[in-house]
Design a protein around this ligand. Sequence first.
Ligand SMILES: C[S@@+](CC[C@H](N)C(=O)[O-])C[C@H]1O[C@@H](n2cnc3c(N)ncnc32)[C@H](O)[C@@H]1O
Ligand code: SF4
Length: 399
Amino acid sequence: MAAANLDGVPVPESPAPFGVYVHVPFCASRCGYCDFNTYTADELSGSGSGTSPDGWLDAVRRELAGAAEVVGERAVDTVFVGGGTPSLIGAQRLGAVLDAIRAEFGLAPGAEVTTESNPESTSPEFFAGLVEAGFTRVSLGMQSAAPHVLQILDRRHTPGRAVAAAQEARAAGIGHVNLDLIYSTPGETDDDLRASLDAVLSAGVDHVSAYSLIVEDGTALARRVRRGELAAPDDDVAAARYEIIDDTLSAAGLRWYEVSNWAADDAAACRHNLGYWLDGDWWGAGPGAHSHLGGRRWWNVKHPARYAAMLAVGEAPEAGHEILGPQEQATERVMLRLRLATGLDLDLLDAPGREAARRAAAEGLLDQTALAAGRAILTRRGRLLADRVVTDLLTAVPA
Ligand SMILES: C[S@@+](CC[C@H](N)C(=O)[O-])C[C@H]1O[C@@H](n2cnc3c(N)ncnc32)[C@H](O)[C@@H]1O
Ligand code: SF4
């Protein structure tokens, strides 16, 4: 395969962790809120053998072989298979993806290997297959335990299935298990959310991600909101729900380490996502996947048929790229690091930015003690207004 054109940007011999993301673009049905690059069997029918799970696997193997030529010898610290619905293609194909990564790059000792899974397409046998293949972490899309909320979100699983799946994963020997929640869905009450959190805690997981429902343009949810069938999620309600989530999870020993992520301890934090947030390098394989190596970013063609067709004739499936200049890299660093519990070194801000940080601390949005020690760390109120704090630090004009 032709190597991706790196435009003269050297692949650094950096000690930064190296991740591989693999995108599985298949779902059994489309959830009304989701705008991810994923397709149902109906949407793909007639578009050729490259769009079957085996055609996709063949194309991903080709891309990984080309990736190894570009990257050179570099063991993989973290793997994340996401989607779409990776569990839909079965543990055997997921194991084949991991085998290809092992063969092309090698896995670093103690590598974190995650796959996303939808509760309804998992079973004890599926998890046993994942363990045998070498997966160490599973992330399950639970979203809610309230039947009427799951219905509005178009989720296919029953309220209890996500908890059962998490327990099956742990029983099978998966070391780290995450449950994803979506909150402030129209029709969700505080009590619905509390019941969802109780269910999450009963599952005994060591990681929780919780996202406020985003109404993405072009989705069925956006059309329903526009027609007035559903109310748009309310910012004040979302903030109050975030506080319920943070209070409940903290009381149960799960600490926030990123605005939307809580973990039982450092070992339970998702190292792959930390790589994204801390300037790591990663190769994203699969339709529409994004990659980042040494300040160069690129993204693949989105449609699985085009993706497979390009790889079949030896072409890199790249759709576009950008080189991040020093200013853009600095901006990204502030945006991403400020969302982490470890915060941001004040040296990464210019003088007006540091002044804005002092004003944010006076308003209770940044931690005063951390600021005195040279770091910008969000308080809980700051976490609720994280986007505003980032904007203030980046666009501050001297007071
Ligand atoms: C793209 S999904 C992939 C995993 C899997 N297919 C699933 O749905 O569980 C990853 C997570 O993103 C979150 N998500 C996707 N779209 C969202 C939206 N519009 N608003 C909030 N969260 C969203 C959900 O919590 C979901 O579990
Ligand atoms: S199952 Fe996951 S990826 Fe598929 S449509 Fe639903 S939210 Fe999106």
